[in-house]
Design a protein. Structure first.
Length: 95
């Protein structure tokens, strides 16, 4: 299984950043509008599925695997094919 770890410094309070990122269905609140044009979420918490629609019309199905609010950590899997990551890649946020 391929894996990708993304780390980026954001000059903002950790609480404010976590509030955005921990909302698994709220991707459009912070994603670049020229990259992501839609996000539909089914369910809440671990196991939730979201369908992300990219600007080119392609869609990616993702599943929330882990959500640790106190540690400000989440992990999700990409299910199926994705142009930007290999099959079953993972995205992680830790802050």
């Amino acid at each position: 299984m391929a894996s990708q770890n993304v780390q980026e410094f954001i000059e903002a309070p950790a609480e404010a950043v976590w509030e955005l990122l921990s909302d698994f269905g709220g991707l459009q609140k912070y994603a670049h509008p020229g990259f992501v044009i839609g996000c539909d979420c089914d369910g809440g918490g671990v196991g939730a599925l979201r369908t992300v629609t990219m600007a080119d019309g392609s869609q990616v199905l993702e599943r929330l695997e882990r959500l640790e609010k106190d540690a400000r950590r989440l992990s999700y899997s990409i299910l199926g094919e994705c142009k930007r990551l290999s099959r079953n890649g993972q995205g992680h946020f830790s802050g």
